[in-house]
Ligand binder design. Structure first.
Ligand SMILES: *Cc1c(COP(=O)(O)O)cnc(C)c1O
Length: 371
């Protein structure tokens, strides 16, 4: 699905040098590479604080801990996302409240959020799914009205711009109280292992989050709260520091591939190409088609037989996952999510797809549809 090897070849000398510097310095934890990457990312995002941590799942968990969410508090999120979003809510004994998504953007439906609010609701976790921002202005309005926190899951959308109605822009993850991202290798800004970060403009919250990731410690060996151990390695930071310089170029390459796919599939009666919403740029973490009246499994099989990997993100909605079955929810409750789970298919997407590969992929899809 992604071609990390070709991407690495192009930046090998810079990356290898950065890694070697960390090894030579032996500052493996919280070394200078972490501090400079943090500062570079703060500058890139235009955000006051970046708190590096061990992965995107931790970023979400640490945010919820630092915001002081307590067992029984309700947290509203989308039924169509990667499991991590709901997992941390459940692990902290908060109550995940699921709502449906919009059929065109696949992002959380603000009207459904508003309907799901109760006296126990404390936070909303929108996911900027597949690389495009959720409707943050509508969500912020709801959050302000009901005094709720917003934690953006920007794990798939680092570098995307939210475009406000007045034309101003903010980077995904910096629009609300807190934003979370992942540096998992296949993410748009990926390292060579696990990594993550949290973003905020709030000084006090940043202090809390820095303490939570460091065993709840503000003064060394004095623990005023229960924390976790969640760090970004210096070696990963050295890799990320190099790749951050190319993040906007990477997004361009992904959009070029998406344009190619769009041109090949637009107006096809059996395929819905991804909607590009006017209030967000799209960084195409995934290029996801919605199929109509076809045997999706057969399409996936056919593509596999032609050496074209195609994946289903996500085949099972959250409320139908075994570990998350809940008497509050049943099949049919989230019709858009359920429809998408049955019909979506994601094509290969990376910074390294050339015209020949794209041509081969699109003609393989068309071949299947016409057979
Ligand atoms: C990848 C991802 C996460 C988790 O990130 P990890 O670094 O793998 O823990 C959370 N939410 C979404 C939407 C993701 O895509």
């Amino acid at each position: 699905m992604v071609d990390l090897k070709s991407q690495y070849e192009k930046i090998k000398s810079e990356v290898d040098k950065g890694i070697q510097e960390v090894i030579d310095s032996c500052a493996f934890i919280n070394g200078p590479a972490v501090k400079t990457f943090q500062a570079d990312l703060e500058y890139y995002l235009g955000v006051k604080h970046v708190i590096p941590c061990a992965n995107g799942t931790d970023a979400l968990q640490v945010s919820m801990m630092a915001l002081g969410l307590k067992p029984g508090d309700e947290v509203i999120t989308t039924s169509f996302t990667f499991i991590a979003t709901a997992e941390v809510i459940a692990l902290l004994e908060l109550t995940p409240v699921l709502v449906d998504v919009e059929p065109d953007t696949f992002n959380i439906d603000p009207k459904a959020v508003e309907k799901a609010i109760t006296a126990k609701t404390r936070a909303i976790v929108p996911v900027h799914l597949f690389g495009q921002c959720a409707d943050m202005e509508a969500l912020q309005e709801i959050a302000d009205k009901h005094d709720l926190f917003i934690i953006e899951d920007a794990c798939q959308a680092i570098g995307a711009d939210y475009i406000f109605k007045d034309g101003s822009r903010k980077k995904a993850g910096t629009i609300s109280n807190v934003g979370c991202t992942s540096f998992f290798p296949s993410k748009n800004l990926g390292c060579f292992g696990d990594g993550g970060a949290i973003f905020t403009n709030n000084d006090k919250l940043a202090d809390e989050m820095r303490a939570v990731v460091n065993h709840g410690m503000k003064v060394r060996y004095y623990h005023d709260m229960i924390g976790v151990n969640s760090r970004l390695d210096s070696i990963q930071a050295a890799v990320l520091k190099v790749k951050l310089q190319y993040l906007d170029d990477y997004a361009k390459e992904r959009r070029r591939a998406a344009d190619h796919y769009d041109n090949a599939f637009k107006n096809h009666p059996k395929l819905q190409t991804p909607t590009r919403w006017e209030n967000s740029t799209h960084v195409f973490h995934q290029y996801t088609l919605v199929t109509k009246d076809i045997d999706r499994a057969a399409l996936q099989q056919y593509l596999m037989s032609k050496n074209v990997p195609a994946m289903i993100y996500y085949p099972v909605p959250l409320h139908m996952q075994k570990a998350y079955l809940d008497p509050r929810y049943k099949e049919g409750d989230f019709p858009v999510t359920e429809m998408l789970s049955e019909r979506v298919i994601s094509l290969p997407m990376s910074t390294e797809l050339d015209e020949k590969q794209l041509e081969y992929i699109t003609s393989s899809v068309i071949e299947f549809l016409e057979q």
